[in-house]
Design a protein around this ligand. Structure first.
Ligand SMILES: NC(=O)c1ccc[n+]([C@@H]2O[C@H](COP(=O)([O-])OP(=O)(O)OC[C@H]3O[C@@H](n4cnc5c(N)ncnc54)[C@H](O)[C@@H]3O)[C@@H](O)[C@H]2O)c1
Length: 347
């Protein structure tokens, strides 16, 4: 195809950077925007010269759509992506890929059958700091992994309160584990390979103190053992008053790396116990407000490039599906009071 015609399903908060990413390629055009909120669909459609619809089935069936972006509430990722794949469209789904590993497996099989590109817009793969940190890890400079700590922090409380954000506090909505943990569970797989065991504890501060209607956990700790022998400890807090950000710390036998989007030096390499100053990773700019948006744009642009250039997308959907297997293991552990869930590893 000389020009890729894109259907955008879901015109909410995350749609802006996705559309910017589609346009960045120069070989793709948004032909239709869908949202049940017709004003939201109309507004976004007008900015890109596309038509608007309230019914996602129109997009999936449309002749002038080659590729679909699924930017919907989590519970809709599976049915909409499945229908689009069956219709032979290339598909990019926002994270989480789906809400169960069974759904993820069905999507992988369907994409395989249709011979189309399937990816997940896991923006983690495109964050400057994580790309630079990956290079350091892959170079072996940190030595054997001892401990990986990660933290997603910020407040979703105002979003939870908005009428349009209701899906976020309902079943399958923006729970700390299903919504935030996939970012780092994906990253663990990307950097270190398989995870051997997972333990989790969930927290409900928002439900208990602010919004009794919420059924989702706003906080969680997901910890465990990596297949390479190191430990990991990840924390998610969606109800704390601090600018949205992420922190990643990798402690190895020969050195350590600390990434924090809010810090003056967002990525610092420590070459051992006597390296008090550390060395900033020069490739990582401090961009407190823009780092995430830019990474989402890049995810969309990568999807378009993968389809047009007939190459694999940067985010292998099997790795995104693996993150959902770990999410399931985390929820299982939490249900069992935080005991370890041991995973099948290939090795
Ligand atoms: N990668 C990231 O860092 C990141 C950041 C934000 C959101 N997201 C993901 O993007 C997705 C959307 O999140 P958001 O923040 O944009 O949510 P949002 O609530 O702002 O937008 C969702 C949109 O979907 C529409 N919608 C709901 N049901 C629909 C249906 N049946 N048919 C058509 N439209 C429907 C809603 O009207 C709304 O406009 C979620 O999966 C979320 O996890 C990812």
């Amino acid at each position: 195809v000389a020009e890729l015609r894109v259907g955008v399903i879901g015109a909410g908060a995350v749609s802006g950077p996705h559309v910017a990413g589609v346009q960045r390629d120069g070989r793709a055009r948004v032909t239709v925007v869908c949202d049940v909120d017709s004003r939201a669909a109309g507004r976004l459609a007008a900015t890109v010269g596309a038509r608007a619809t309230e019914d996602w089935r129109d997009v999936v069936a449309a002749d002038d759509v080659d590729a679909v972006l699924v930017l919907l509430p989590h519970l809709l990722h599976y049915p909409v992506a499945a229908a689009a794949l069956e219709a032979g469209k290339h598909v990019s789904i926002e994270k989480p890929m789906a809400v169960s590993s069974d759904e993820c497996r069905a999507l992988l099989a369907s994409a395989e059958r249709s011979g189309v590109v399937l990816t997940v817009a896991e923006n983690t793969r495109f964050v400057d700091a994580y790309v630079a940190a990956y290079e350091v890890v892959a170079s072996g400079r940190l030595g054997a992994t001892r401990l990986v700590r990660a933290f997603v922090y910020g407040s979703a409380i105002e979003e939870f309160k908005e009428p349009s954000g209701r899906w976020k506090i309902e079943r399958g909505g923006v729970g700390a584990v299903i919504d935030a943990a996939p970012h780092f569970l994906y990253l663990l797989r990307w950097y270190f390979g398989e995870v051997a065991a997972v333990q989790a504890v969930l927290r409900h501060w928002v439900r208990d103190h602010v919004l009794p209607a919420s059924v989702v956990e706003d906080g969680a700790s997901v910890t465990g053992l990596l297949g390479n022998g190191g430990y990991f400890s990840t924390e998610y807090a969606l109800g704390i008053e601090v600018p949205w950000g992420e922190r990643l710390e990798i402690y190895g036998a020969d050195g350590s790396l600390v990434v924090d989007q809010l810090a003056d030096r967002p990525a610092v390499l420590y070459r051992g116990g006597a390296d008090f100053d550390g060395a900033p990773l020069e490739a990582v700019p401090r961009d407190v407000e823009g780092w995430k948006t830019i990474s989402i744009e890049r995810a969309a642009a990568d999807f378009i490039g993968a389809v047009l250039d007939e190459r694999p997308p940067a985010v292998d959907p099997r790795d995104a599906a693996y993150a959902i297997e770990l999410v399931e293991a985390a929820y299982r552990s939490a249900e069992q009071g935080g005991t370890a869930v041991v995973l099948d590893t290939a090795t």
